[in-house]
Write a protein that binds this ligand. Structure first.
Ligand code: 6R9
Length: 563
């Protein structure tokens, strides 16, 4: 049961909390003018924390500690460079760089001049880069000579200035060397103060149809990043925090940049590729205390085995969180066993800008549930008419409008924006879920993923969670396959763990495992083994692609598909 002391803090805040109280933390409470880069960086210098390490960067060949004072200076120089290149307030400036210190200096430099920052995944190929720069009418790009090969410059009439990290000036082509540029500039900069509703960042995200959408957030969102950083990430000033997400994904900015730096912690950034040893080494070497990652990563770590964990000293890790896709109960149980910590699930979206539903550190965790809404935000399960549904009834997961970090528009696409708000008073997420009697939210699927087999509604997540409990299963993606008799049958695509070979016997064994462990109607009637499952760069299994494979249809926009 959840009654008792562990929820009391949460309940108290839930009743009394006002966002306007959070605003008082910031200087703009008096002036009315704001800049998120000031609050993330310069403010800490002014308040005497300039010598503190802001960014602890490492990759397999480079390692650097950057203080708040240095981050302020680097971003000031870059802001001055942008000014010299006549980039203006409100202009879109994209960053197409690996996760290096230059990324973060550029990021804050863009914000300091009041321009809108557009982070791109380093792994994007030409079409993905083109769609985003074109749609946003970006005027400047920070990139490297290697990545520039994937930028179709002649197709992008608005793109005038290209700043090259590790590259040369070439006036004719509009190329400017990052290093030369920042070297020439002063480390003093006078901040461009903007309105609370001034655009801050654009993240492109895929819907179920059409081109990626440019989700726009404004500076005011910072109060939610700051406050959820305290409540959910549990950040204290002496924390060493590591968010493993790439800044091309909203998690890598809201919680990889804004939340940690607004809270003045030391932020760990690890470049290079994922490997279990590398990640555990990163936790150990940096003495990470708070760790935010994603289910797909935890599943890979689980797949790598407990022996790998035991090689490292993870004793500093105090708090672990997850976001992005359903966190399988099996993963939570495993985490408790090997990390001796519960993994706390959180739910939110690119569009919500910040965490909406979470398992607070002090809350009892119900494995498989995403947790409860944060104070100051009202999330609910509603029907098509916007009526809130009783407990244990599946419906639309929706959030009452507005809240601070809600997106303010879809760039150049007001029609798409409206689609989210068709039920008056609500933002409708496109996820289905139910709430239990104690207000915990249980994810069921995307609206279009829920399977109806012989009249039984089955959430693919439930089946996938069960499947990954089988010792042979590394990852599983489940879809509804049209069926004459049953409407839909459940089909599972499965990637096996090392050491297991595909066979008909194994299929039968796995199906029986779900049947006996979950429900007969939830057991996959068809299983197909794959070497790898299609996933987004942020690690979500793309059921849409599985469905397209199954039906022999085009898979739609694949720009976020991991290679
Ligand atoms: C931050 C982020 C949003 C979609 C969302 C939902 C899925 C996110 C989840 C989760 C189950 C969780 N999702 N968190 N599903 N449990 N804890 O992920 O943003 O990339 O826009 O994705 O991801 O389907 O609607 P984004």
């Amino acid at each position: 049961m959840t009654t008792g002391n562990n929820l009391s803090d949460y309940e108290k805040e839930k009743d009394t909390f006002q966002w306007s109280d959070v605003e008082k933390v910031f200087s703009w409470h008096q002036t009315g003018k704001v800049n998120v880069a000031y609050e993330c960086v310069d403010r800490h210098v002014e308040e005497g924390r300039g010598d503190k390490i802001a960014l602890s960067y490492s990759d397999p060949v480079r390692s650097e500690n950057i203080t708040y004072e240095q981050l302020k200076q680097h971003s000031n120089r870059f802001a001055n460079l942008l000014k010299r290149l006549h980039i203006e307030k409100g202009d879109r400036v994209f960053i197409f760089l690996p996760r290096t210190p230059e990324f973060y200096a550029s990021f804050f430099g863009v914000l300091k001049i009041g321009a809108v920052v557009g982070p791109l995944f380093e792994a994007f190929m030409t079409a993905a880069v083109q769609d985003r720069l074109d749609n946003s009418e970006a005027v400047a790009l920070v990139t490297t000579p290697q990545l520039l090969k994937r930028v179709p410059v002649d197709q992008l009439p608005h793109l005038k200035k290209i700043i090259l990290v590790g590259g040369e000036d070439n006036q004719q082509l509009g190329h400017y060397s990052f290093e030369k540029g920042v070297f020439q500039e002063s480390s003093d900069f006078s901040m461009e103060w903007v309105d609370l509703e001034h655009p801050m960042i654009i993240h492109y995200t895929s819907g179920s149809t059409g081109k990626p959408k440019g989700v726009l957030h404004v500076h005011h969102a910072m109060i939610q990043h700051y406050q959820t950083g305290k409540w959910v990430l549990d950040l204290n000033s002496d924390d060493i925090y590591w968010c493993t997400a790439d800044p091309g994904w909203v998690t890598g900015t809201s919680y990889g940049i804004f939340a940690p730096w607004l809270n003045g912690v030391t932020n760990v950034i690890r470049g290079g590729r994922f490997s279990p040893d590398d990640w555990y080494q990163t936790l150990e070497t940096n003495k990470v205390t708070v760790w935010y990652s994603a289910p797909t990563a935890f599943r890979m770590l689980m797949g790598a085995g407990d022996e790998v964990v035991e090689k490292y000293d993870l004793s500093n890790v105090r708090h672990i969180m997850s976001v992005g896709e359903p966190l399988n109960p099996e993963v939570i149980r495993w985490g408790l066993q090997v990390y001796k910590k519960r993994i706390h699930d959180t739910w939110w979206m690119t569009e919500t800008g910040g965490i909406v539903i979470a398992n607070y550190p002090q809350m009892e965790i119900r494995p498989g549930s995403m947790g409860r809404p944060i104070p100051g935000v009202h999330a609910a399960i509603i029907d098509d008419n916007g009526l809130e549904l009783p407990p244990n009834t599946m419906g639309h997961l929706a959030v009452k409008t507005p809240w601070p970090s809600l997106m303010r528009s879809i760039w150049n696409n007001p029609e798409k924006y409206k689609e989210y708000f068709q039920i008056p008073g609500w933002y409708v997420s496109g996820d289905t879920a139910y709430q239990d009697e104690d207000g915990y939210f249980w994810f069921q699927g995307r609206e279009d993923d829920v399977i109806n087999t012989s009249g039984e509604r089955v959430g693919p997540f439930e089946v996938e969670s069960k499947l990954v409990e089988h010792p042979a299963v590394a990852e599983a993606g489940v879809i509804g396959k049209p069926d004459e008799l049953r409407g839909q049958i459940i089909k599972a695509f499965i990637a096996l763990r090392d050491g297991y070979a595909p066979s008909e016997e194994l299929k039968k064994e796995i199906a029986a495992f779900v049947k006996s462990g979950l429900a007969a109607h939830a057991s996959p009637r068809e299983i197909e083994f794959k070497d790898k499952l299609p996933k987004t760069r942020s690690g979500k299994i793309m059921r849409r692609v599985l469905k397209a494979w199954e039906l022999g249809l085009p898979a739609g926009d694949l720009s976020t598909l991991e290679d």
